[in-house]
Design a protein around this ligand. Sequence first.
Ligand SMILES: Nc1ncnc2c1ncn2[C@@H]1O[C@H](COP(=O)(O)OP(=O)(O)OP(=O)(O)O)[C@@H](O)[C@H]1O
Length: 320
Amino acid sequence: MTSNPTLADLAGRVTADRDRPAYGHDALITCDRLVRVFTADGVEVQALQGLDLLVREGELMALVGASGSGKSTLMNILAGLDTPTAGAARVAGRDLLAMTAKDRLAYRREVVGFVWQQTSRNLLPYLTSAQNVVLPMQLAGRRSRTARRARAERALELLELLGVADCRDRRPHEMSGGQQQRVAIAVALAGGPSVLLADEPTGELDSHTAEQIFSAFRTANEQLGTTIVIVTHDQAVAGEVRRTVAIRDGRTSTEVLRRSEVDAATGDERVVAREYAMLDRAGRLQLPAEYTRALGMRDRVALELEPDHIAVRPDDSEPA
Ligand SMILES: Nc1ncnc2c1ncn2[C@@H]1O[C@H](COP(=O)(O)OP(=O)(O)OP(=O)(O)O)[C@@H](O)[C@H]1O
């Protein structure tokens, strides 16, 4: 780096900064330094503390984190049910901080679909599965007989895609929890949303049924191209999706990406996982607690810039 930049250097830097694409310009979901502060009984709780997250169109990803880390707060904001205190959040081109009540209603009908943990919150108990799936389309659509027939056909297609066509005439209490959640996914997809949000969708299910639900999400993602974000406590989910982002203390901390690799010797395909840390735009990095604990790192670490990496070592300075 030049220590004494010329005027031309400075002007060049300003132009480069101005021409750089905005953060998240090509993402479907952009959370930029998102903050949500709750005040309860005069005490402030910072549920989100400057969270950054980008989700690209067509992704199927999971958000994991300890209880109280801010997962549901983030989901409620993305669902258009809550507004952030500060920062920026955009989903499919909509600015979640600038929406009017009317925009918010349209956003919830047209842009996002949700699946909640409580199976009872997803379906109306007195309607059959097919009627539950038709309902969101009916609220948005025309009243003609052709439109009605098209909606019934679409509902059946969705139930078939998710493997619950045999439940079309059953009401929620006549189905298992897993079947109800698969119908709930069909309901959430009925309006053709850009994003499907699921908050602990397998929280009330056993592990075998949970696997079936993740497989249903994968089918929806692959066949319909819907972008899907799933919040979960379930560590087993890590093996079910390509991208898992961990939230710690109201910020995204680490991320695991999985990709398929073909073994050159045997030709077998295997999934390779690699852990990443988030580097925010201020240059802040959260090191995984187990890494820092393993090397006894606290308070201060030694840094060295190498040609192709940055070394982070335990503090070896002499006490002052
Ligand atoms: N409406 C609210 N009023 C006050 N504090 C809240 C409110 N909602 C959430 N919080 C607080 O914000 C923090 C984050 O909560 P959040 O529900 O987002 O966590 P979570 O990661 O979803 O947890 P869990 O996995 O237990 O659902 C917690 O400290 C919680 O107590």
